[in-house]
Design a binder for this molecule. Structure first.
Ligand SMILES: C[S@@+](CC[C@H](N)C(=O)[O-])C[C@H]1O[C@@H](n2cnc3c(N)ncnc32)[C@H](O)[C@@H]1O
Length: 314
């Protein structure tokens, strides 16, 4: 079974780890994961670059070629350079040991170029060879440059949610290509843009016509076809046969217009949530104080001293 590695940003580590596991499991439910600090090793039929293209918090990723006890490579390990013209060596040290990393990278590069006749190129090489040190095991792997096409956002608004948190919510509920997501408080359309850029259909609602126009303009700028309706969330959500999951960021009552107090909207929203749909919702932490929530995975995202957000996943 192929093994891949993912070095994650430490900003939202729990979310980032769960996201990688969730994407891998979407296409191979027998995926196994091992976590060593901010390194996740995945054993899965899902290819590492498919996971990386979808993920929000990956800094470095690639395929593992083998685990190693020392620093020695044999020619068999260099098969991966067969069709490459250029490469670079990178050391990632997650262990307690101290290494002179530039020196090690240089000598590995020299050794590999002698074996393989492939040239070292520090910027944008065809292949990056990685040596990852941890206190438990060392890994030898490689990666190729992955092109990620980010959707454009031509119209912004102060209440918009950043794309990484939006994307992570879509991934945590495991929506696959061809499925449909609904964002009943779509604002500037961040969920719709992220979803459609991953091949997921999207439907957005907003009771503020101005927000619907902004969403539509953002979709149009990318040639996207997601639908946007100027409507209150309550009626549409009842038509749950039209979507597979809900991903949304509820109003905070600061920079967005609100139909009612944010805590009342949240309560009503919970009362109309369709039972058998996958759900990822975000809201200001204190808003759920009087609600009984059980059986849901909860994450807390600290932004600043007066804003901590909750993400709930079902
Ligand atoms: C926090 S913003 C969503 C931001 C969005 N995630 C983005 O990235 O732009 C909440 C949105 O909910 C909308 N809203 C407020 N009350 C609503 C209701 N009853 N039904 C539908 N939309 C509502 C507001 O107009 C606002 O655009």
């Amino acid at each position: 079974m192929p093994e891949s590695f993912f070095i994650l940003s430490k900003d939202h580590l729990e979310l980032a780890i769960d996201e990688i596991i969730s994407i891998s499991k979407m296409y191979d439910r027998f995926t196994k994961a091992k976590i060593i600090s901010n390194l996740v090793i995945i054993q899965s039929k899902t290819n590492w670059n498919e996971i990386t293209k979808r993920a929000s918090f990956v800094k470095v990723s690639g395929q593992i070629l083998r685990k190693m006890s020392g620093l020695f490579l044999d020619e068999g390990n260099l098969e991966v350079l067969k069709n490459a013209k250029t490469f670079v060596c990178r050391i990632i040290n997650l262990s307690e040991k101290q290494f002179n990393i530039p020196e090690l990278e240089n000598s590995m590069g020299d050794m590999i170029s002698k074996f393989s006749h492939v040239k070292v190129k520090l910027e944008d090489p065809d292949i990056t060879i990685y040596l990852i040190f941890t206190d438990e095991e060392n890994f030898f792997g490689f990666s190729k440059l992955i092109k990620k096409n980010r959707p454009k956002k031509i119209k912004k608004y102060p209440h918009e949610l950043d794309w990484k948190l939006t994307r992570v919510m879509i991934n945590l509920i495991g929506l696959k290509k061809g499925e449909t997501v609904c964002d009943p408080f779509c604002g500037t359309g961040t969920t719709l843009l992220e979803a459609e850029s991953m091949g997921i259909h999207a439907i957005g609602l907003d009771f503020d016509e101005k927000m619907c126009d902004i969403s539509k303009e953002n979709l149009k700028a990318n040639g996207f076809k997601s639908k946007v309706f100027n409507s209150d969330f309550q009626e549409f959500i009842k038509n749950s046969e039209k979507f597979d999951g809900i991903v949304t960021d509820l109003p905070y009552g600061i920079s967005s217009k609100v139909s009612e107090k944010p805590e009342v909207i949240l309560k009503k929203f919970f009362s109309v949530l369709p039972k058998r749909k996958r759900i990822a919702i975000m809201y200001k932490k204190e808003l759920d104080n009087n609600l009984k929530l059980s059986g849901l995975k909860k994450y807390e995202i600290y932004r600043h001293k007066s804003l901590t957000r909750t993400i709930l996943i079902r």
